[in-house]
Design a protein around this ligand. Structure first.
Ligand code: NDP
Ligand code: OXD
Length: 308
């Protein structure tokens, strides 16, 4: 049996290995440096260190154990002809819908202001408005963003969506890449559910914030590198933005000294907006191993040209 090698760490890589072995005990799943690793034909990855993929010349499949595969494309040693696959899970979608709905409602109903008031023992009733008067924009209308935009629209929010290609979602006004200004204009809440690619890195910066409504909010569930931290602090300090809900960071776990932890305008969560279960991740990897062995087409293959 040709080995599978585990590259990187975090996001449950150990648990995925255990789950795979429960289902297929005969699999030879090794860490770098363990016997046979150099012969690996499949790499299972979460944040593989740059330069690591190139150390396995027999790879026939590179599998992310998450929805995003950006960390794999960052490795310059990756052989471009080896297919890259990712996880797509309906429960992942539901988790993301719950998280973003919570975030949107938190700001739309001014719970952020009321929590601050409670800390000051202040009885003050922030103005409330109907959902149809709050403009929410979702960047990225893929497996996750599409479901999020659709549910926001179903709750009555004035919902916009932005993707590379033309999309149709009931109740959502959609825009394509070149229409970003019209998409952003006057938004109250911006949700980022984009993959990280050279085109989307740093997209949450001053230029974007300036086009949104005064006192608006950013929710970032994509990747830390989508956000330019100094631009966020400047926008919060000038009150162009009233708050930011951040789930993803350039370095995870977020270092204790990072100013994100302590800024009063920031609410942060430890990359939990949504996660696929280890059972589903293992089942999808096993399915793709079978496809590989049978020479059949792989599921959830990432477009290596686009990087997502
Ligand atoms: P998909 O690949 O299914 O969808 C990506 C979407 O982004 C598509 O609609 C695509 O447009 C759009 N897009 C890509 N590039 C651009 C661009 N340059 N301009 C405009 N739109 C663009 O991804 P998922 O929905 O599955 O996941 C999105 C991201 O969410 C992941 O890559 C990951 O980074 C993050 N994530 C975070 C989690 C968390 O817990 N915080 C959990 C899971 C994922 P088009 O439709 O036209 O191709
Ligand atoms: C991700 C994930 O890609 O958690 O962020 O699956």
């Amino acid at each position: 049996m040709k080995p599978l090698v585990l590259l990187g760490s975090g996001n449950g890589l150990d648990q995925v290995r255990e789950m795979l072995l429960v289902q297929r005990p005969e699999l030879d799943i090794v860490w770098p440096g363990e016997a046979g690793a150099e012969r690996a034909h499949v790499a299972l990855c979460w944040n593989p260190p740059p330069g690591s993929l190139g150390m396995y010349p027999n790879l026939r499949l590179i599998h992310s154990i998450g929805a995003g595969a950006d960390q794999i494309f960052k490795d310059p040693s990756r052989a471009p002809q080896v297919p890259v696959c990712r996880i797509v899970d309906p429960d992942h979608r539901l988790g993301m819908v719950e998280y973003v709905l919570w975030g949107v409602l938190h700001y739309h109903r001014s719970f952020d202001l009321m929590l601050q008031n409670q800390a000051r023992v202040l009885w003050d009733r922030p103005a409330q408005r109907p959902a149809r008067e709050t403009k929410v924009g979702v960047m990225g209308l893929g497996e996750l963003g599409r479901a999020v935009a659709s549910q926001l629209a179903a709750l009555g929010f004035d919902t916009r969506g932005w993707a590379r290609r033309a999309q149709q979602i009931q109740g959502v006004t959609t825009f394509q890449t070149g229409e970003i200004n019209a998409f952003l204009e006057g938004l109250d809440i911006l949700v980022c559910l984009l993959p990280l690619t050279p085109e989307t890195v740093g997209i949450l910066g001053s230029k974007t914030f300036a086009q949104m409504a005064k006192g608006s909010v950013v929710i970032n569930c994509g990747r830390g590198e989508h956000l330019i931290p100094d631009d966020l602090f400047a926008a919060l300090d000038s009150a162009q933005l009233r708050g930011a809900l951040l789930d993803v960071f350039e370095e995870e776990p977020l270092p204790v000294e990072d100013p994100f932890w302590r800024h009063p305008g920031i609410c942060l969560t430890p990359h939990i907006a949504s996660s696929a279960s280890y059972e589903v991740i293992a089942a999808q990897i096993l399915h793709n191993l079978e496809c590989l062995e049978a020479g059949a087409s792989l599921a959830n293959q990432v477009d290596s040209q686009q990087g997502y």
